[in-house]
Design a protein around this ligand. Structure first.
Ligand SMILES: *Cc1c(COP(=O)(O)O)cnc(C)c1O
Length: 459
């Protein structure tokens, strides 16, 4: 088993969590119609639904909250954030927005429209939605090895560059409005992208005169993986690695609810094109608010300026990635399959392999999520056929390539003992895998059903 990397912080404030009984959890599941999004948070012991906005802020960030400048225009917190953004990314233009999808909504319509395409190593769901809302089509082009959960490779988040170039030629370079590099690759299991890959993608993009956007939600975790796994950068600092990564793009869109260790926030960066940034500011004013607050309060801007630096601290990152590796090694010892090697923000359990008796149309990953809650009050989420939904033309359930149950780990929130509880619960559930039944849908809304659908156990 891997050693736990001790926390580079101590606890100054605590939030009690309710300890529930199995009977109470059974009742909560029934009330929630077996949909984890409907379970009340105060009935959850360890909440691994997402790592987005669920972070614990530091004492520095909280004191920043008190100092936030709430001026409508030209507030001090705004300038502090600009300075941090320019310093960390080496980009000339920085624009705050209220979260990641707001950055996408501001930027994408400038570059995309009817008949255009955007290509990504893998689009996050809201990113794909904003490409499509802008009238364009979104195409994923991740390396093949990302699709085999048991295959160990250092950079399973990478773009398949050859396939991307072929696609550009097939679609016509003039029709490709944007290339989006998601670092780390969230949908592939928080898998990192190498600098070598970013560089190759950028070179091809320049050859065809296509702009590159970094979807930067987990840029710091990605930088740490580069330091650990990309030989050439093993002696570089995290700061240097980040600057090197962002050289190979023209802009970034970022959810600051992840690596900036915030509860809400987003950021846009533009490397040097002042004319383009003018358009970004225009859309920001229409959709988000005046440029010096971008849909956030001054206190959020202040907390982001501080959190951006805390998120790139190497000791913090060693602890953060260390938590994932610790949990993963416990699962290895018990022979539990997951997307390997473990990614930056959580464990993606391979529910197809853990619950082989449950077919895709009875939702193995959702069944495993329900069972983990029943077992120990742990909340996780389905990333599989249940999330994918029905074919819009035939109404038939689509079979997903993966059936993942995602345990996303919030930043600086849970301790080693909490991780032990998670590992033990997964082991216990796996031991009685053949008793676990699938689920069927009782009611579903027409789109994004997994947030709202009602399910029931198959007897
Ligand atoms: C979370 C996320 C987004 C969207 O950000 P929100 O802050 O949730 O709007 C976009 N891309 C990636 C890779 C993300 O993880």
């Amino acid at each position: 088993m891997k050693k736990y990397v001790p926390e580079p912080f101590r606890i100054k404030m605590v939030e009690p969590i309710k300890m529930t009984t199995r009977e109470e959890r059974e009742e909560a599941l029934k009330k929630a119609h077996y949909n984890m999004f409907n379970v009340k948070a105060n009935m959850v012991y360890i909440d691994c639904l997402t790592d987005s906005g669920t972070n614990a802020m530091s004492d520095d960030q909280w004191s920043g909250v008190m100092k936030g400048d709430e001026a409508y225009a030209g507030g001090e917190s705004y300038f502090k954030l600009l300075e941090a953004g320019r310093d960390i990314f080496d980009y000339e233009f920085i624009q705050p927005v209220h979260q990641g999808r707001a950055a996408e909504k501001v930027v994408f319509p400038i570059l995309l429209g009817e008949g255009k395409y955007a290509i990504s190593n893998m689009f996050f769901d809201t990113t794909r939605a904003h490409v499509e809302l802008a009238g364009a089509r979104a195409i994923d082009c991740v390396v093949e090895e990302a699709k085999d959960p048991s295959k160990i490779a250092p950079f399973k988040g990478n773009m398949d560059v050859e396939k991307m170039e072929r696609l550009i030629n097939e679609l016509g370079p003039e029709n490709v409005g944007l290339i989006v590099m998601t670092i780390t690759n969230n949908s592939a299991g928080g898998q990192p992208v190498s600098i070598e890959n970013l560089k190759q993608v950028y070179e091809v993009a320049k050859k065809y005169n296509i702009l590159v956007d970094i979807d930067a939600a987990r840029f710091a975790e990605n930088a740490y993986f580069i330091k650990m796994r990309e030989e050439k950068y093993k002696d570089a600092s995290i700061e240097e690695i980040i600057k090197e990564c962002f050289k190979y793009a023209d802009m970034f869109t970022m959810s600051a609810k992840k690596d900036a260790i915030l509860n809400i926030g987003g950021l846009i960066g533009v490397k040097e094109d002042a004319e383009f940034f003018q358009l970004v500011k225009g859309n920001c004013i229409s959709y988000e608010g005046f440029v010096t607050y971008g849909g956030l309060s001054g206190r959020d801007l202040e907390a982001m300026a501080i959190g951006l630096y805390e998120g790139i601290n190497e000791d913090y990152l060693a602890y953060r990635i260390g938590q994932m590796e610790y949990l993963a090694s416990q699962l290895d010892d018990a022979g539990i399959p997951y997307q390997k090697p473990v990614g930056g923000h959580g464990i993606f359990l391979d529910a197809k392999a853990i619950l082989p008796n449950i077919p895709y149309y009875e939702f193995p990953a959702q069944s495993l999520a329900v069972e983990l809650y029943r077992e120990a009050g742990i909340r996780s989420t389905d990333i599989g056929s249940y999330m994918l939904g029905n074919d819009p033309d035939t109404g038939e359930q689509i079979e997903s390539e993966f059936e993942f149950t995602r345990l996303a780990i919030p930043r600086r929130v849970y301790t080693q003992a909490h991780l032990d509880v998670i590992a033990e619960a997964v082991k216990n559930v796996k031991e009685r895998a053949d008793e676990i039944k699938g689920l069927k849908i009782k009611w579903e809304p027409p789109v994004l059903r997994h947030f709202q659908a009602h399910l029931e156990p198959i007897e």
